[in-house]
Design a protein around this ligand. Sequence first.
Ligand SMILES: [Zn+2]
Length: 341
Amino acid sequence: MNASQLDDFLALSRANPQFLAPFSETLPDGGQVQVWDTGVICIEPVVPASKDVVLSCGIHGNETAPIELCARLLADILSGRIVCRQRLLLIFGHPTAMNLGVREVEENLNRLFSGAHAKGDRQSMERQRAARLEQYVTRFFQHRDATERLHYDLHTAIRPSQYEQFAIYPFTHGAPYHKGQLAFLCDSGVDTILLAHGPTMTFSYFSAHQFAAHAFTVELGKVNAFGHNDASRVAKLENNLTQLLQTPGWQPPPLDLARIRVFKVCQEIIKQSEHFCFHFADTVANFTMFSPGTLLAQDGSRQWRAGDNAEAVIFPNAGVALQQRAALMVEAAELSADRLY
Ligand SMILES: [Zn+2]
């Protein structure tokens, strides 16, 4: 294969951040590697096993640890160190934002899926990218009726977290939660699970809702600059992803509910005006707890308080645009056996 073209796909994508003409090459084991666009590369094994896997990172351009993790996995696949037995779509989400070292250029890419990119008159770089990423995921999953569709959308948080690695389980519309996936996440070091309370415009909800994929937004710790991440902190997930891709039939140890911490969303705090403010320091860690009734935020005469149970704050950001979510409030939840399958 032409080592010069695919030697470093991430660098190639960052050198062509808007568009990359498709091309394909052959892997050492005879499989196909297909470049679909900048940041979008598909691995087609000679005889694919039963899972179709989407792995995405860099939907926010400055979330470098997952970008580096995916680049390492891809390098191992291209060199033949990992023989990828599952169909894989690897997505480096936002090369332009990566080049600028920013989370987003014009707006939050992870609020533009499930068609949100086409709503209203607004045009933006992120809207174009969301539309194209939806097409690629659709093309990938519709290629066949895989036994299992998976999508892990990897992120890092802006701020520290009481629980460093956590996953958001997109709204299931009442369907039960998947034991095998919770076991995979827990064994990968992602032992805190947040159950979403409604449809969202995130990439993971898109795959879950449109394609019945087991899809998750996975938060892997705090944002650092490229080259300043400690790979050992994501090693468990990296090892498990490697197992998933190269060993059909591999399974993590069975789920032990005592080892996972579960929260559910209880309220969203939406910024209404420029008078919006939090009643806690803007720098608090994710999952900081507040006692029942605590005043959390204020916007003119509107107040938000913790309800009858203690609530923890996630993703607080008073700087969001008007009508956007300034924080998500969650409370501890139980996952009883009848809600699992
Ligand atoms: Zn992110």
